[in-house]
Design a binder for this molecule. Structure first.
Ligand code: SAM
Length: 279
Protein backbone atom coordinates (compact mmCIF):
# COMPACT_ATOMS: atom_id res chain seq x y z
CA UNK A 1 0.00 0.00 0.00
CA UNK A 2 1.36 3.45 -0.87
CA UNK A 3 2.24 5.83 1.96
CA UNK A 4 -0.50 8.27 0.94
CA UNK A 5 -3.15 5.48 0.90
CA UNK A 6 -2.04 4.29 4.36
CA UNK A 7 -2.16 7.85 5.74
CA UNK A 8 -5.68 8.30 4.31
CA UNK A 9 -6.84 5.03 5.94
CA UNK A 10 -5.36 5.95 9.32
CA UNK A 11 -7.01 9.36 9.11
CA UNK A 12 -10.38 7.76 8.29
CA UNK A 13 -10.03 5.25 11.12
CA UNK A 14 -9.08 8.03 13.53
CA UNK A 15 -12.04 10.18 12.48
CA UNK A 16 -14.51 7.32 12.84
CA UNK A 17 -13.11 6.52 16.31
CA UNK A 18 -13.51 10.16 17.34
CA UNK A 19 -16.99 10.15 15.84
CA UNK A 20 -17.88 6.97 17.72
CA UNK A 21 -16.53 8.54 20.90
CA UNK A 22 -18.70 11.64 20.60
CA UNK A 23 -21.95 10.22 19.30
CA UNK A 24 -22.22 6.89 21.13
CA UNK A 25 -22.07 7.98 24.79
CA UNK A 26 -20.54 5.25 26.92
CA UNK A 27 -23.04 4.10 29.54
CA UNK A 28 -21.73 2.61 32.74
CA UNK A 29 -23.94 -0.28 33.87
CA UNK A 30 -26.02 -0.01 37.08
CA UNK A 31 -24.10 -1.65 39.94
CA UNK A 32 -25.52 -4.77 41.60
CA UNK A 33 -25.98 -5.14 45.36
CA UNK A 34 -22.91 -6.69 46.96
CA UNK A 35 -20.46 -5.39 44.32
CA UNK A 36 -17.11 -5.81 46.12
CA UNK A 37 -15.16 -2.94 47.68
CA UNK A 38 -12.29 -3.12 50.15
CA UNK A 39 -13.60 -3.11 53.73
CA UNK A 40 -17.19 -3.84 52.66
CA UNK A 41 -19.22 -4.48 49.55
CA UNK A 42 -21.79 -2.08 48.11
CA UNK A 43 -25.20 -1.88 49.76
CA UNK A 44 -26.88 1.53 49.44
CA UNK A 45 -28.44 3.66 52.15
CA UNK A 46 -32.13 4.11 51.21
CA UNK A 47 -32.64 7.57 49.69
CA UNK A 48 -35.30 8.54 52.26
CA UNK A 49 -32.74 7.86 54.98
CA UNK A 50 -30.00 9.79 53.15
CA UNK A 51 -32.23 12.86 53.11
CA UNK A 52 -33.31 12.38 56.75
CA UNK A 53 -29.69 12.05 57.91
CA UNK A 54 -28.48 15.10 55.97
CA UNK A 55 -31.39 17.03 57.50
CA UNK A 56 -30.45 15.76 60.98
CA UNK A 57 -26.93 17.10 60.32
CA UNK A 58 -28.46 20.53 59.39
CA UNK A 59 -26.72 20.40 56.00
CA UNK A 60 -26.80 23.64 54.01
CA UNK A 61 -25.26 25.06 50.86
CA UNK A 62 -22.33 26.26 52.99
CA UNK A 63 -21.34 22.65 53.71
CA UNK A 64 -18.79 20.36 52.15
CA UNK A 65 -20.19 16.83 52.42
CA UNK A 66 -17.85 13.85 52.04
CA UNK A 67 -19.19 10.30 51.77
CA UNK A 68 -16.59 7.72 52.78
CA UNK A 69 -17.18 4.65 50.60
CA UNK A 70 -19.60 6.38 48.27
CA UNK A 71 -21.01 3.38 46.35
CA UNK A 72 -23.34 4.52 43.55
CA UNK A 73 -22.82 8.17 44.50
CA UNK A 74 -26.30 8.81 45.86
CA UNK A 75 -25.24 10.69 49.02
CA UNK A 76 -22.92 13.30 47.43
CA UNK A 77 -25.45 13.78 44.59
CA UNK A 78 -28.43 14.20 46.92
CA UNK A 79 -26.42 16.53 49.18
CA UNK A 80 -25.84 18.81 46.17
CA UNK A 81 -29.26 18.41 44.59
CA UNK A 82 -31.46 18.84 47.67
CA UNK A 83 -29.24 20.84 50.05
CA UNK A 84 -27.07 22.79 47.57
CA UNK A 85 -23.88 21.56 49.28
CA UNK A 86 -20.55 20.92 47.61
CA UNK A 87 -19.67 17.29 47.94
CA UNK A 88 -17.21 14.50 47.31
CA UNK A 89 -17.40 10.71 47.30
CA UNK A 90 -14.40 8.49 48.02
CA UNK A 91 -14.85 5.01 46.61
CA UNK A 92 -12.47 2.07 46.26
CA UNK A 93 -14.23 0.27 43.40
CA UNK A 94 -13.42 2.06 40.08
CA UNK A 95 -16.63 0.83 38.39
CA UNK A 96 -18.70 2.45 41.13
CA UNK A 97 -16.66 5.66 40.73
CA UNK A 98 -17.34 5.67 36.95
CA UNK A 99 -21.05 5.06 37.56
CA UNK A 100 -21.22 7.89 40.15
CA UNK A 101 -19.40 10.32 37.86
CA UNK A 102 -21.84 9.50 35.08
CA UNK A 103 -24.80 10.13 37.43
CA UNK A 104 -23.35 13.48 38.50
CA UNK A 105 -22.79 14.52 34.87
CA UNK A 106 -26.32 13.44 33.89
CA UNK A 107 -27.74 15.48 36.76
CA UNK A 108 -25.73 18.54 35.63
CA UNK A 109 -23.81 18.50 38.93
CA UNK A 110 -20.28 17.77 37.75
CA UNK A 111 -19.16 21.20 39.02
CA UNK A 112 -20.39 20.69 42.60
CA UNK A 113 -19.90 16.95 43.08
CA UNK A 114 -16.62 15.07 42.75
CA UNK A 115 -15.86 11.36 42.99
CA UNK A 116 -12.40 9.99 43.54
CA UNK A 117 -11.16 6.43 43.46
CA UNK A 118 -9.15 5.57 46.55
CA UNK A 119 -8.94 4.00 49.96
CA UNK A 120 -10.60 6.11 52.66
CA UNK A 121 -7.59 5.50 54.92
CA UNK A 122 -5.29 7.16 52.39
CA UNK A 123 -7.44 10.16 51.43
CA UNK A 124 -7.40 13.55 53.17
CA UNK A 125 -11.01 14.51 53.96
CA UNK A 126 -10.18 16.88 56.83
CA UNK A 127 -11.86 19.89 55.17
CA UNK A 128 -15.30 18.21 55.19
CA UNK A 129 -17.93 19.86 57.38
CA UNK A 130 -20.28 16.86 57.09
CA UNK A 131 -19.02 13.27 56.81
CA UNK A 132 -21.32 10.38 55.92
CA UNK A 133 -20.71 6.65 56.29
CA UNK A 134 -22.39 3.30 55.94
CA UNK A 135 -19.55 1.03 56.95
CA UNK A 136 -19.07 -1.95 59.28
CA UNK A 137 -18.30 -1.37 62.99
CA UNK A 138 -14.62 -2.41 62.68
CA UNK A 139 -14.11 0.20 59.94
CA UNK A 140 -15.77 2.92 62.06
CA UNK A 141 -13.62 1.97 65.04
CA UNK A 142 -10.42 2.24 62.98
CA UNK A 143 -11.50 5.57 61.47
CA UNK A 144 -12.68 7.09 64.76
CA UNK A 145 -9.40 8.81 65.79
CA UNK A 146 -9.40 10.71 62.49
CA UNK A 147 -13.03 11.72 62.92
CA UNK A 148 -12.41 12.91 66.49
CA UNK A 149 -9.44 14.97 65.26
CA UNK A 150 -11.62 16.91 62.80
CA UNK A 151 -12.61 20.54 63.39
CA UNK A 152 -14.98 20.81 66.38
CA UNK A 153 -18.54 21.06 65.11
CA UNK A 154 -17.99 18.76 62.11
CA UNK A 155 -21.07 16.55 61.77
CA UNK A 156 -20.63 12.80 61.31
CA UNK A 157 -23.62 10.82 60.02
CA UNK A 158 -23.74 7.04 59.95
CA UNK A 159 -26.42 4.62 58.84
CA UNK A 160 -27.02 1.62 61.16
CA UNK A 161 -23.49 1.23 62.57
CA UNK A 162 -22.17 3.18 65.56
CA UNK A 163 -18.83 4.44 66.84
CA UNK A 164 -18.28 2.16 69.85
CA UNK A 165 -18.33 4.09 73.13
CA UNK A 166 -18.60 7.44 71.31
CA UNK A 167 -22.37 7.64 71.59
CA UNK A 168 -24.40 9.54 69.00
CA UNK A 169 -25.71 12.99 69.89
CA UNK A 170 -28.99 12.37 68.03
CA UNK A 171 -30.75 9.74 65.93
CA UNK A 172 -33.35 9.63 63.20
CA UNK A 173 -35.54 6.64 62.34
CA UNK A 174 -36.92 5.88 58.88
CA UNK A 175 -38.96 2.69 58.56
CA UNK A 176 -37.42 1.32 61.77
CA UNK A 177 -33.87 1.84 60.56
CA UNK A 178 -31.56 4.18 62.45
CA UNK A 179 -29.39 7.01 61.20
CA UNK A 180 -27.08 8.68 63.74
CA UNK A 181 -25.40 12.05 64.21
CA UNK A 182 -22.19 12.84 66.09
CA UNK A 183 -20.85 16.36 66.51
CA UNK A 184 -17.07 16.42 66.81
CA UNK A 185 -16.30 17.83 70.28
CA UNK A 186 -13.42 20.17 71.08
CA UNK A 187 -10.76 18.67 73.35
CA UNK A 188 -11.10 20.36 76.75
CA UNK A 189 -9.94 17.74 79.25
CA UNK A 190 -7.34 18.75 81.86
CA UNK A 191 -6.66 21.38 84.50
CA UNK A 192 -7.82 24.97 84.01
CA UNK A 193 -7.71 28.19 86.01
CA UNK A 194 -10.93 30.17 85.79
CA UNK A 195 -10.81 33.95 86.23
CA UNK A 196 -14.14 35.62 86.90
CA UNK A 197 -14.18 39.31 86.01
CA UNK A 198 -16.25 42.17 87.39
CA UNK A 199 -16.46 44.16 90.62
CA UNK A 200 -15.86 41.05 92.71
CA UNK A 201 -13.16 39.12 90.76
CA UNK A 202 -12.45 35.52 91.68
CA UNK A 203 -10.15 32.67 90.67
CA UNK A 204 -11.22 29.02 90.68
CA UNK A 205 -9.33 25.78 89.93
CA UNK A 206 -11.24 23.64 87.44
CA UNK A 207 -10.60 20.02 86.45
CA UNK A 208 -12.37 18.65 83.33
CA UNK A 209 -12.45 14.91 82.55
CA UNK A 210 -13.72 14.44 79.02
CA UNK A 211 -14.85 11.33 77.25
CA UNK A 212 -15.87 12.47 73.76
CA UNK A 213 -18.83 14.84 74.29
CA UNK A 214 -19.37 13.70 77.88
CA UNK A 215 -17.84 15.65 80.69
CA UNK A 216 -17.24 15.25 84.40
CA UNK A 217 -15.13 17.36 86.68
CA UNK A 218 -14.63 19.45 89.78
CA UNK A 219 -14.35 23.15 90.52
CA UNK A 220 -12.93 24.70 93.69
CA UNK A 221 -15.06 27.75 94.38
CA UNK A 222 -14.62 28.29 98.09
CA UNK A 223 -12.24 25.79 99.61
CA UNK A 224 -13.49 22.31 98.74
CA UNK A 225 -13.62 20.91 95.17
CA UNK A 226 -17.25 20.58 94.09
CA UNK A 227 -18.61 18.15 91.50
CA UNK A 228 -19.90 19.57 88.19
CA UNK A 229 -23.53 18.93 87.18
CA UNK A 230 -25.06 18.90 83.69
CA UNK A 231 -21.58 19.17 82.20
CA UNK A 232 -21.48 18.86 78.42
CA UNK A 233 -19.46 19.74 75.33
CA UNK A 234 -21.20 20.73 72.08
CA UNK A 235 -18.60 21.34 69.36
CA UNK A 236 -16.49 24.10 71.00
CA UNK A 237 -19.11 25.07 73.62
CA UNK A 238 -18.84 23.88 77.22
CA UNK A 239 -21.50 24.14 79.92
CA UNK A 240 -21.53 23.03 83.53
CA UNK A 241 -23.10 23.89 86.86
CA UNK A 242 -21.71 23.89 90.41
CA UNK A 243 -23.58 24.37 93.69
CA UNK A 244 -21.34 26.07 96.31
CA UNK A 245 -23.43 26.36 99.51
CA UNK A 246 -26.46 25.28 97.48
CA UNK A 247 -26.21 28.41 95.30
CA UNK A 248 -26.37 27.60 91.62
CA UNK A 249 -23.43 28.74 89.42
CA UNK A 250 -24.01 28.13 85.67
CA UNK A 251 -20.93 28.41 83.47
CA UNK A 252 -21.35 28.67 79.68
CA UNK A 253 -18.25 29.16 77.54
CA UNK A 254 -16.53 28.50 74.23
CA UNK A 255 -13.04 27.29 73.47
CA UNK A 256 -11.39 30.03 71.40
CA UNK A 257 -7.67 29.91 70.62
CA UNK A 258 -6.85 27.62 73.55
CA UNK A 259 -8.87 29.62 76.15
CA UNK A 260 -12.43 29.20 77.35
CA UNK A 261 -14.34 32.49 77.24
CA UNK A 262 -17.88 32.78 78.53
CA UNK A 263 -20.38 33.90 81.12
CA UNK A 264 -21.28 32.88 84.67
CA UNK A 265 -24.81 33.18 86.02
CA UNK A 266 -25.18 33.02 89.80
CA UNK A 267 -28.63 32.52 91.29
CA UNK A 268 -29.81 35.72 92.93
CA UNK A 269 -27.32 37.92 91.02
CA UNK A 270 -29.10 39.70 88.16
CA UNK A 271 -26.03 40.52 86.03
CA UNK A 272 -24.11 37.89 84.10
CA UNK A 273 -20.39 37.89 84.88
CA UNK A 274 -17.70 37.20 82.28
CA UNK A 275 -15.07 34.54 82.85
CA UNK A 276 -12.08 33.23 80.98
CA UNK A 277 -10.12 30.05 81.64
CA UNK A 278 -6.58 29.06 80.70
CA UNK A 279 -4.74 25.76 81.09
C1 SAM B 1 -22.19 -0.23 52.32
S1 SAM B 1 -21.64 0.64 50.91
C2 SAM B 1 -22.27 2.28 51.25
C3 SAM B 1 -22.38 3.13 50.01
C4 SAM B 1 -22.89 4.56 50.25
N1 SAM B 1 -22.07 5.26 51.22
C5 SAM B 1 -24.30 4.56 50.71
O1 SAM B 1 -24.50 4.72 51.93
O2 SAM B 1 -25.22 4.38 49.90
C6 SAM B 1 -19.90 0.81 51.27
C7 SAM B 1 -19.06 1.27 50.09
O3 SAM B 1 -17.73 1.51 50.54
C8 SAM B 1 -16.80 1.05 49.57
N2 SAM B 1 -15.55 0.77 50.30
C9 SAM B 1 -15.27 -0.27 51.12
N3 SAM B 1 -14.06 -0.12 51.70
C10 SAM B 1 -13.54 1.05 51.24
C11 SAM B 1 -12.34 1.76 51.47
N4 SAM B 1 -11.40 1.32 52.33
N5 SAM B 1 -12.14 2.92 50.83
C12 SAM B 1 -13.08 3.41 49.95
N6 SAM B 1 -14.24 2.77 49.69
C13 SAM B 1 -14.49 1.62 50.34
C14 SAM B 1 -17.49 -0.16 48.97
O4 SAM B 1 -16.98 -0.43 47.67
C15 SAM B 1 -18.95 0.27 48.96
O5 SAM B 1 -19.31 0.87 47.77
Amino acid sequence: MSTSKLRRRLLLAGTSMMFAGTTVAQTVAEPVFGTPGKDSGWIPTPEGMVEAMLRLGKTTREDYVVDLGSGDGRIPILAAQVFGARSMGVEYNPDLVAFSQQRARNAGLAERVRFIQGDVFEVDFSSATVVTLFMPPAFNQKLRPRLLAMKPGTRILSFIFGMGDWEPDESVFVEDQRGMLWIVPAQMGGAWTVNVEGPDPARYALRLDQQHQKLEGRITIDTAPLPLFDARIDANRVRFTALPNGRRHDFDGRLVGGRIEGTLRVTGVPALRRFSAAR
